[in-house]
Design a protein. Sequence first.
Length: 149
Amino acid sequence: MDLILGETQTTLIGADVLENLVIIVLVVSLIGSALEVRRVMTRQKRLEQQVKVASGAFANLLEEHFESWRLTPSEGDVALLALKGFSIAEMASVRKTAEGTVKAQCNAIYRKAGVSGRTQLLSLFIDELLYGALDEQKEKAVPVAETQS
């Protein structure tokens, strides 16, 4: 009988040790998970801040170039809509103007920016945001004095 009780006590002690090890492993895993969640949340917050900065940088970049190209307020509006991907008809509808007017404004924008179309206009801004390389395009842009003659 003592042999049976001894084995039972040993089994119970072994089970207690195993349970304690499982608890320790679970607590360590919980701490590790909490640290990982904290790291991910910190990274997400940093990325959100970077997106805000990039949005502001893009808006500033647009404004600077629109000013340097001396776009009229209407041309600036049309350029922004074009960069957003609006069609000529959609731009005309939003601005409550004729499609011919929007086409003429687009042509003036492209001429002042020194590009041949909407795709090049967009890539001009993307290149500058990614690489800061707009110097060559600025040199190609037609000066306003020449466009008014």
